[in-house]
Ligand binder design. Structure first.
Ligand SMILES: *Cc1c(COP(=O)(O)O)cnc(C)c1O
Length: 387
């Protein structure tokens, strides 16, 4: 049995996999089982922030694995504390809860918001307003938060207490808040799965101000846009926001599973012992990996991400076969004349791995992708869209 057959036989059929097996890689290049080389413009959906097999990251993991690979959260471990400090310093938040994925980071954000609202505003204040076209994860609660009906249909009943509104429609948000006690608003600064669409900046600022005035918490889901991807440590920082709760995951540990929920000064004390937990959350190996990623994220690094982003926007805007370019930082969506799926399949033939998001081709390259590799990929993409 070859690998594809074995996978089809034994792995649950939740993924429509591309007909390619990736066996190795280095930086922004990966290789399939025949030795064919691809430029990786997806980085495992924004996970391998510094590319495949990055040596600094590998060494951090090797060093930690030689010491201790796991201890219960009943004990202190150095990487966990160091990573929490670093994330707080770079985000302006005050405390961190560690988990293992984006959905779990959002579960924690939701639990924190519900508990804070119940403690301060009463037990009937639990509603969380999210955005239509959002994506917050696959657990029953984060699906409820996800404002896309088609994800809901097969799994009723979902967790109650969620309503979604159109991003940009402040009146719709206010109408809910005026008749229902609202615990929190939950947004992505850029809707990744929703098509790489930034929310209107004016709307986000107005929403944040309205939430602040009315005692409603602001939760920002930075699972995809966070950790340098937007050209800032967190995308909310580009808008000057002060969220109460921030969730992140994907790129934070460069390829090992780690979720983090960041709590602001206002909500930092919401959890006490026993209120929440995770066996693997804050695992020393994952945290050491994340430290090796996050410690390299400084202003010069963010500037380099923004420079590469500007290059992509310039290169693709107004070009044959490309109707629109959207996104922020190295999170870029291309509305192509040809169906996005066809473009991505053709690009795979030509040695470039890209993603889709809704009707767009989605580019999420490693943040340290060398400029010459990025240019080569961009030229192949341009040619493919123009064909
Ligand atoms: C990917 C994603 C999630 C879910 O993350 P998982 O690690 O797959 O659970 C949640 N929110 C956003 C914005 C995402 O992009």
């Amino acid at each position: 049995m070859d690998i594809r057959e074995m996978d089809k036989t034994y792995v649950a059929g939740t993924y429509a996999r591309f007909p390619v097996e990736i066996v190795s890689g280095k930086g922004s290049l990966v290789y399939d089982e025949t030795g064919k080389e691809y430029i990786d413009m997806g980085s495992g959906i924004g996970v391998t922030s510094f590319g495949i097999a990055d040596e600094v990251w590998q060494n951090a993991i090797k060093e930690q694995i030689a010491k201790v690979q796991h201890m219960s959260n009943l004990y202190y471990t150095e990487p966990c504390a160091k990573l929490a400090k670093m994330l707080c310093e770079k985000s302006g938040m005050k405390k961190v809860f560690f988990s293992n994925s984006g959905a779990e980071a959002n579960e924690c954000a939701i639990k924190a918001a519900r508990k804070f609202a119940a403690d301060t505003r009463g037990a009937d204040c639990y509603t969380i307003v999210t955005m239509n076209n959002s994506f917050h994860g696959r657990t029953l609660t984060t699906l409820a938060a996800t404002g896309q009906e088609h994800y809901h249909e097969l799994f009723q009943p979902l967790t109650p207490g969620f309503v979604s509104v159109d991003a940009g429609d402040m009146a719709a948000f206010k109408a809910i808040a005026e008749k229902t006690p609202v615990a929190a608003a939950m947004i992505e600064i850029v809707q990744g799965e929703g098509g790489v669409l930034p929310l209107p900046a004016d709307y986000v600022k107005e929403l944040a101000a309205y939430c602040k005035e009315n005692g409603i918490l602001l939760i920002v889901d930075e699972v995809q846009a966070g950790n340098g991807r937007s050209g800032y440590m967190y995308a909310y920082q580009a808008l000057g926001l002060e969220p109460d709760i921030v969730s992140t995951a994907k790129g934070v540990a460069g390829g090992l599973p780690l979720g983090a929920t960041l709590l602001s000064e206002k909500v930092q004390s919401v959890f006490g012992p026993g209120d929440h937990g995770s066996t693997f959350g804050g695992n020393p190996v994952c945290c050491a990996a994340a430290c090796s990623i996050v410690e390299r994220m400084d202003e010069a690094f963010f500037a380099s991400v923004r420079e590469k982003s500007a290059y992509l926007f310039e290169t693709f805007t107004g070009k044959p076969g490309i109707e629109d370019v959207s996104g922020m930082g190295l999170m870029v969506g291309l509305k192509t004349v040809k169906p996005a799926k066809e473009v991505v399949a053709a690009l795979m033939d030509k040695g470039v791995l890209c993603l889709t998001a809704k009707d767009r081709v989605r580019l999420l390259p490693a943040l340290n992708i060398p400029m010459d590799v990025l240019k080569k990929a961009a030229e192949i993409i341009l040619a493919c869209c123009a064909e």
